[in-house]
Write a new protein. Sequence first.
Length: 301
Amino acid sequence: MLTNLHIAVIGGDARQLEVIRKLSEMDAVVSLVGFEQLDHGFTGAKKKHYDELNFNEMDAIVLPVSGTNPSGQVDTVFSNESITLTEEALKQTPPHCTIYSGISNDYLEQITKKAKRTLVKLFERDDVAIYNSIPTVEGTIMMVIQHTDITIHGSNVMVLGLGRVGMSVARVFHALGAKVKVGARKPEHIARITEMGFIPFQLYQLKDHVANTDVCINTIPALVIDASVIAKMPSHALIVDLASKPGGTDFRYAEKRGIKALLAPGLPGIVAPKTAGKIIANVLSQLLMNDLAARKEKNGS
Ligand code: NAP
């Protein structure tokens, strides 16, 4: 339980509702900032304006997945309030106060560093990334079905990258009956691709492998599907680029060649916001409990 733990949830979208629900269930004292347009309430959670927050009693601050924008503004889907998280605010918190966000940027890194507070980037954790790969794959299947006129079963699907997302994508498309080829650069990845029953190839040979590709799914956040690769693809090929913006595709050249290429960021929040929220809520609540237990042990209570 998180009894008596003071937590401020500042901004965010539908995913944050699962976080609030979980923290309330676990008996935390939750202050909600940026949620005044939310109809339903949560037991133990109080809606407040940013300037009403008592930072000096906060044990944790939970930001949206995006953290802040480059000038410190926090995205608020359920409010019109303009909120900017500042170094001064963080300095008012107790030294053990931890800031949780999905990802980060220079601004957030700087203010937490200068205020000497710990910043936890949940999306950098393997557990969160692996759990999130599940709705990501489901969203990818949806996009492939929507944008092709062939079945996934029997199609030639190429997956680029064998990280946390790439492995899940390759496994599920294989299970749906696609002929799956996976490109990677590390020998151990090539070995794993072989062991999993997919067709492996070295990434530097990508352009020699795309001639019969129906669907190419990229998970590599670097320009891998460049003009020389796109030039060798069949005209009916579909590219679904899952890598973080700007993706790994030369979209300009794909358009010029008439090849459909889609950048598809944030699929978990689009296709399964409730599940995506639960993933964050479960990991966050576990981290908060670990933190609380460590502090109690340190204080001998
Ligand atoms: P990951 O576990 O770090 O995997 C990334 C893969 O890309 C690894 O196989 C890595 O290979 C490879 N890679 C990275 N840089 C490369 C380069 N310059 N050249 C060749 N290979 C390179 O990351 P992940 O969790 O799978 O996420 C992959 C991407 O998807 C990220 O950009 C992430 O933000 C994004 N994502 C998107 C969604 C969505 O909804 N669209 C959802 C979740 C994640 P090495 O091991 O050889 O470096």
